[in-house]
Design a protein around this ligand. Structure first.
Ligand SMILES: CC(C)(COP(=O)(O)OP(=O)(O)OC[C@H]1O[C@@H](n2cnc3c(N)ncnc32)[C@H](O)[C@@H]1OP(=O)(O)O)[C@@H](O)C(=O)NCCC(=O)NCCS
Length: 171
């Protein structure tokens, strides 16, 4: 297995046009449809990093800042921020464009966690991440803190073991 990969090796971009079937009664993209697209682009990204089957383990807070109207062109970009043992944190940025009006709005950002599994669904190790840019380094550094927070919230880590979180709240 390859031992390391850069975030740019897993960079995945998906572009979709919003049609009537995708929208709610106000004519805007339904939140659940957007989350499905985020899950798909994130899973492809995690597959690129690990060259394995991946499953979604968790989704951090997803805020819907702006409605995405019918006819918009939505772009989702996913990148692995940091790999741990079998899990990978993926950041997904979403923006919407009205191409005729030449308008572009950032609509969402969320962190998803995917776990690489073998054919029996058991977690399996993935390549570690090597950062190349300052932005990637910042995301990489913050990933440990976010991991501890989500594992505490999922009841998989005791709060007293979340050392990164403790330093965050110390004054
Ligand atoms: C995710 C899954 C493979 C974890 O399996 P497990 O037997 O609990 O394995 P482990 O406890 O060894 O955890 C494996 C990794 O998952 C991570 N993980 C498990 N639950 C997590 C959660 N809620 N949030 C973030 N990471 C999580 C662990 O931190 C660990 O990461 P690491 O190997 O990088 O340290 C398993 O729970 C599963 O298959 N869940 C269903 C996935 C699914 O169907 N997704 C689609 C939902 S519709």
């Amino acid at each position: 297995m390859i031992k390391t990969k850069t975030p740019s090796e897993s960079l995945t971009t998906m572009t979709e046009m919003i049609f009537p079937n995708d929208t709610n009664t106000l004519g805007n993209l339904m939140g659940g449809n957007l989350m499905r697209l985020m899950d798909v682009v994130g899973a492809i990204c995690a597959q690129k990093h690990s060259n394995r089957i991946v499953v979604t383990a968790s989704v951090d807070n997803v805020s819907f800042k702006e409605p995405i109207p019918l006819g918009s062109v939505v772009t989702l970009q996913a990148k692995v921020t940091r790999a741990f043992s079998s899990s990978m944190e993926v950041v997904i940025d979403v923006w919407a464009e009205n191409i005729p009006a030449q308008e572009r709005v950032t609509t969402n950002k969320a962190f998803f966690t995917f776990v690489a599994v073998d054919q029996s669904g058991r977690p399996i190790d993935v390549p570690q991440t090597i950062t190349e840019t300052d932005e990637e380094k910042e995301l990489y550094d913050g990933a440990l803190r976010r991991r501890q927070l989500r594992l505490v919230l999922a009841g998989r880590m005791k709060p007293e073991e979340a050392v990164e979180l403790r330093t965050l709240f110390e004054v």
